[in-house]
Design a protein around this ligand. Sequence first.
Ligand code: SF4
Ligand code: SF4
Length: 162
Amino acid sequence: METSAASRLCLSCGMCCNGVLFEIVKLQPEDSIRELEKLGMKVNRKKTEPYFKQPCSFLNDCTCTIYTQRPTRCRGFECSQLKQLALGEITELEAQAKINEARRQVDQIKIMLATAGDTMTADSLTERVARVFAEQPDETLKSAIGELKLYLARHFRTLGNQ
Ligand code: SF4
Ligand code: SF4
């Protein structure tokens, strides 16, 4: 089966599922919370809009293990790189380079977090950085997360994100 450029990019990225781009995903009225919970999703029902946390427990490497049953927001999400690729504004190689650079920055931050003793990998990157920074303010970490957020805003985020 032929794989599309978008699939190849997503399978090398995973940043909209792994707690880098988002901290939560809001469920929509058309999503069956019961069915998602049966699959093992931990749905937070306390707020008016139920949601689940990222990193998503259904992500295996960069693959969604409930792809055909994934929630509405997951189905609808396309980052800026995929949008630009679809419009022919960038090539797959250019999008791949942006993903590689974002992932390089994320890896650097993860090394800083591990060095600081943070092992809470089930939390989003933003939560982890905030926790470590509250305990031991570190300008290098602050500047690295600032640079990553700018990069993600410029190259990946779109209006109406999760
Ligand atoms: S951030 Fe974009 S390229 Fe990466 S997995 Fe999500 S949709 Fe795919
Ligand atoms: S359900 Fe699938 S598509 Fe949605 S956040 Fe989890 S891994 Fe990603």
